[in-house]
Design a protein around this ligand. Structure first.
Ligand code: COA
Length: 260
């Protein structure tokens, strides 16, 4: 599949999707959202892809939000479908069984922050700014931001960020647990690679089980979460990779997982 507003490349099991609308600071218009949907579907069905990285083109913005020009000109009915499409895309990313890492290389505002929050892991450059500024446009987040931010930081901070609309620094986002790491801008690529490479080599069934247990576990009660954990643990134990991982430990060698 070819894209106008995305650059995609797979190297060593790591599939990098770069959102590329530099004239609009990589803002998500409908076309870009649709392309991103297609790119994620492609990557999810490709066995060679073990980890997905999403980033923004250039050194200024990850994604500066949904496209404000399109928002202004849409009817209420179109706005509803725009929000639902964005939400579906973010939910699809969050529920993927391959790890998705956001490389936040600059402004992650509105839909950009919502996209980052839907990813499983986030590394920000120290120049990044994260925020949900929709209130300043007379609207509110519509791609799942209120719900994901609430679940990550609780009501107090979620209300502060959405009602003020003020972005926060990458360092503050790290203090709040919104990003896993903050690195210098010129170290972002290396940090992403250090995070992604071990995941490429990890046993895929273990990765899938952990993603499902943690991501779904956040929204279900403890008993149901524990049952899910046991089911996924048992599935891991049915793999050759489990035999390899445990044997390698006992034989004091590095495990070589085969995805079987
Ligand atoms: N949608 C559409 N266009 C956008 C955009 C968005 N979310 N964010 C930036 N742009 C466009 C600007 O309109 C401008 O286009 P122009 O050159 O044709 O006028 C271009 O990108 C560069 O942005 P600019 O505002 O000039 O850059 P800046 O460095 O002065 O400010 C930001 C950067 C990110 C602070 C500022 O662009 C901004 O606040 N963007 C909107 C953020 C937002 O509200 N997002 C939520 C949307 S729901």
């Amino acid at each position: 599949m070819s894209f106008e507003n995305l650059a995609v490349v797979t190297r060593g099991g790591i599939h990098t999707i770069t959102i590329k609308r530099p004239a609009k600071l990589n803002a998500l218009n409908r076309q870009t959202l649709q392309e991103l949907y297609g790119a994620i579907i492609d990557a999810s069905g490709d066995d060679k892809v073990r980890v997905i990285v999403i980033t923004g083109y250039g050194d200024k913005a990850f994604v500066a939000g949904a496209d404000i020009g399109e928002i202004r000109d849409q009817s209420p009915v179109e706005a509803r479908s725009f929000s639902q499409f964005g939400q579906n895309l973010m939910s699809m990313i969050q529920s993927l069984d391959k790890p998705v890492i956001a490389a936040i290389n600059g402004f992650a505002l509105g839909g950009g922050m919502e996209l980052a929050l839907a990813c499983h892991l986030r590394i920000a450059s120290d120049t990044a700014r994260l925020g949900l500024p929709e209130i300043k446009l007379g609207i509110m987040p519509g791609f799942g931001g209120t719900q994901r931010l609430l679940r990550l930081v609780g009501t107090t901070l979620a209300l502060e960020m959405t009602l003020s609309g003020e972005p926060i620094t990458a360092q503050r986002a790290h203090q709040l647990g919104l990003v896993n790491q903050v690195v210098a801008a010129d170290e972002l690529e290396a940090a992403i690679s250090s995070m992604a490479k071990p995941l490429v080599k990890a046993a895929p069934e273990a990765v899938r089980g952990i993603l499902q247990a943690i991501m779904q576990g956040a929204d279900i009660n403890l008993e149901a979460g524990l049952a899910l954990e046991t089911a996924r643990f048992a599935l891991c134990c049915a793999t050759e990779d489990m035999k390899e991982g445990t044997s390698a430990f006992l034989e004091k060698r590095t495990a070589e997982f085969k995805g079987r």
